[in-house]
Design a protein around this ligand. Structure first.
Ligand SMILES: NC(=O)c1ccc[n+]([C@@H]2O[C@H](COP(=O)([O-])OP(=O)(O)OC[C@H]3O[C@@H](n4cnc5c(N)ncnc54)[C@H](OP(=O)(O)O)[C@@H]3O)[C@@H](O)[C@H]2O)c1
Length: 238
């Protein structure tokens, strides 16, 4: 049975990714800082094919414990998706009001969190067949096409950091056949995206899973092209 680990698994996009990969026949391991009401419902429905591990991606020992708990269940991971992420109301503040020191936690979760999870789980991914590492980025991390923000320093910078992290990782693991993908999931109707967002996270999850499946095993052009994607399958300029 194919296996996948998804962080942010209780969140809006994360739970849709869990549902999507369960429907595709994967055994799913979910990690999140806490459960939401739908988490237990999904665990009950999944008939043992979904396991959830409470994990703080900003805490190295918590991530190490996650890797140990997943390793107790499987010798390999086909796919790892880093979807955990945060934004804070203060991200909206313009320069003069912006609390720089208050933004450290956001970097710890959005930029360093994925690296912690990859470091702890890379040996499981090396033993997997599909060898896909997927980091959920954002249009906010794109230098050329971002939404012309004059605020959101911390969120945009954290996603740009995730992008360069992914480029470095791709160089490092390319010879082993591991493909690293970055996705802009779109402006989604989730806790983070808010009620006015136009995109259903289930559509985003399906798009991410479809494109990832089609790119699996193909690592020739990267990292110059073919790494940063929108959920609808179009390529995202850096
Ligand atoms: N929504 C959008 O429009 C949008 C657009 C572009 C990119 N994204 C990205 O898409 C990803 C998913 O976002 P979403 O919209 O699904 O947001 P969401 O509904 O808020 O889900 C994010 C999940 O990550 C969890 N989380 C937060 N801190 C964590 C930590 N330290 N360790 C482990 N889990 C943690 C959250 O838990 P709590 O709820 O308890 O904090 C939540 O369950 C994020 O990386 C986000 O940056 C979202």
């Amino acid at each position: 049975m194919k296996t996948i680990l998804i962080t942010g698994a209780a969140g809006g996009l994360g739970i849709c990714l869990v549902r999507e990969y369960l429907s595709r026949g994967y055994r799913v391991f979910g990690a999140d800082i806490g459960k939401r009401p739908d988490t237990d419902k999904l665990l009950a429905e999944a008939d043992g094919n979904y396991l959830f591990f409470e994990t703080d991606v900003a805490d190295t020992s918590s991530v190490q414990k996650l890797a140990e708990r997943v390793s107790a269940q499987t010798e390999s991971l086909d796919i790892l998706i880093n979807a955990a992420g945060i934004i804070r109301p203060e991200s909206e503040d313009i320069l003069e009001k912006f609390d720089i020191d208050g933004s450290r936690k956001l970097f710890d979760v959005n930029a360093l969190g994925p690296l912690r999870v990859v470091k702890a789980c890379i040996s499981l991914l090396r033993h997997g067949k599909e060898k896909l590492l997927i980091n959920i980025s954002s249009e906010a991390g794109s230098m050329t096409t971002h939404a012309d923000y004059i605020n959101r320093y911390d969120y945009c910078m954290s996603k740009a950091a995730l992008n360069i992290q992914s480029i470095i990782l791709q160089r490092y693991v390319k010879q082993e056949g591991i493909r690293v993908l970055l996705f802009n999931p779109g402006w989604m109707h989730t806790q983070m995206g808010g009620p006015n967002a136009p995109i259903n996270p289930a559509d985003s999850a399906r798009g991410i899973a479809d494109l990832s499946a089609s790119l699996c095993g193909k690592i020739e052009d990267i990292p110059a092209t073919g790494m940063f994607w929108n959920y609808d399958g179009t390529e995202r300029p850096w």
